[in-house]
Design a protein around this ligand. Structure first.
Ligand code: 5RP
Length: 236
């Protein structure tokens, strides 16, 4: 286990390493979460030092939009910049094949849309996110349309999940897209992520899942022994 200050230092280290992918003039997808906040700081520091004046960020959440604005990072929407050179984002789990679970920060829908529009997706994480099998550490977030959301738990249970509606301060969490999230625990983890993704994608009312399969081109993992980079074979 790391202490909180260790963890923040590891997130910062991962963000600094991933920032080495950034080149001036890039359209840069900006993920969401506490690790990405370090990345935003790193970008702002480079800009303050006179670098990356031509970098334009495409944020994946209202939270990232506000933070990036406060730091003076130029932003565009995905409609304005539909081709993204590189996205840097966090993750809740990373498996040996660089498959991911994302969405504990509730931004999975926009994160996946931006990732799918990106030439490269670099993930930044501390080593507590590394798992042998997806679904063993984090629940899988499944974003659903609020219309008739009560029909979804039985369906999710039929897939082996134990779904819990995400609630904060006694109220259902509503995503930036106006949807709800069921956090799905799988008692033995997710045996076949690709098959699960297909079953979920075919279900009416399921808007998106936190499974990011075959999307990450590289993963930057920071641990007490240093920063490790894993790249997906054939990704470049
Ligand atoms: C938000 C996400 C985040 O990238 C993920 O939850 C990791 O966040 P953090 O860096 O705070 O651990 O998917 O929807």
């Amino acid at each position: 286990m790391h202490t909180t200050s260790d963890t923040e230092a590891l997130k910062r280290a991962a963000a600094e390493r991933a920032a080495e992918w950034i080149r001036d003039g890039m359209t840069l997808g900006l993920g969401t979460g506490s690790t990405v906040r370090h990345l935003l700081d790193v970008i702002a520091e480079h800009r303050a030092a006179g670098q990356w004046s031509g970098v334009v960020g495409v944020p994946t959440s209202e939270d990232t939009t506000q933070r990036a604005r406060r730091l003076g990072i130029p932003l565009a929407t995905l409609d304005e910049r539909p081709r993204i050179d590189l996205t840097i984002d966090g993750a809740d789990e990373v498996d040996p094949e660089l498959r991911l679970i994302k969405g504990l920060g509730a931004a999975l829908l926009r994160e996946k849309i931006v990732a799918a529009a990106s030439r490269e997706l670099v993930i930044v994480a501390d080593d507590t996110k590394v798992v042998d099998r997806l679904g063993t550490r984090a629940p899988l977030p499944v974003e659903v349309d609020p219309f008739g959301a009560a029909v979804q738990p039985d369906f999710l249970r039929s897939l082996g999940a134990d779904p819990v509606l995400r609630v904060r301060d006694g109220r259902p969490v509503v995503t930036d897209g106006g949807n709800l999230i069921y956090d799905c625990r799988f008692p033995a983890g997710i045996a076949d992520p690709e098959a699960l993704e297909i079953s979920l994608a075919l279900r009416a009312g399921v808007v998106e899942t936190g499974l990011f399969l075959g999307m990450a081109t590289a993963v930057v993992i920071a641990g007490s022994g240093g920063v490790q980079v894993r790249e997906r074979e054939g990704a470049r």
